[in-house]
Design a protein around this ligand. Sequence first.
Ligand code: PEP
Ligand code: MG
Length: 327
Amino acid sequence: ADRRRSGTSRGPGRTSDDHPVKLLLNIGSAADLRATGSPAGRDAPADPAGEGRGDVASEGVGLFRTEFLFLDRREPPGYEEQVAAYEAVLRAAPGGHVVIRTLDAGTDKPLPFLGLPEEPNPALGVRGLRVSRIRPEVLDTQLDAIAEAARAAGAEPWVMAPMVTTAGEAADFAGRARARGIRHVGAMVEVPAAALRAGRLLNELDFLSIGTNDLSQYTFASDRQHGELADLLDPWQAALLQLIADCAAAGQAAGKPVGVCGEAAADPLLATVLVGLGVSSLSMSAPSIAPVRDSLAAHSLAQCRQNARLALGADDPAQARKLVMPG
Ligand code: PEP
Ligand code: MG
């Protein structure tokens, strides 16, 4: 009955002609997974049709924002506490696929225990992976805890860093993660410099995940919180789509996955454009999964590619939305 009621909103993401697109969840904790009603453990009975579950039937977690564990605290969470939190997510995740993002903090998302000096321009300062220049032990402890949680849960998480800017940074991060036995190492693409050199980043990494919220902010030089600049931050902007296209092409050339985990992935029609540009997964909050799945199921891969061409060719977001027709 459940399946009938929700139409095509179950099962893996696919275009109408069966091109697979992984549909993944953005979460901040294991509690977020429980809220979607996902199976309690990875040994939950196999239930491929998804019947009898109240879950959103995503194919895993595409973005686990670990900073929620660190917020509102005087001291960082200890090693054991981190292991427990990561293990809980690895055990609860649907399909066992989990992409863990290392701590994204800095002077724009301040954490008192990091002891970072105040900066005049926090969004352009020491944030994300850059914190490891000043406090390398925070990242090393987190990677140790992720590796331990993975062993305890018998899982192989994918691990990525936020705010990676150069291939050199990617190589450094990958070295530190691989030294701990983490096998799938990636980076978020949030800085235009990283998108422009996506191929070089992929020489060092196994996957990329495009964070369109920050990639818009840095491409359009517009604070992502700034209401007056919402038109510049619109994810239908062709300059943003061009950078996504370049990343996806680099991924296809390297035979490595490139996904989108920013807000852009949650727009059902824009999702067809992103798939047409060549991205292999879309990660979003739980309520968006079913509408995005339905939209992809109503478009062939050729229609997605046509939508991508139309959106890239548009003069502005309004024209792009008008040109790209629902399937
Ligand atoms: C992004 O920047 O698009 C992203 C997914 O990361 P966050 O929103 O956590 O900065
Ligand atoms: Mg971001």
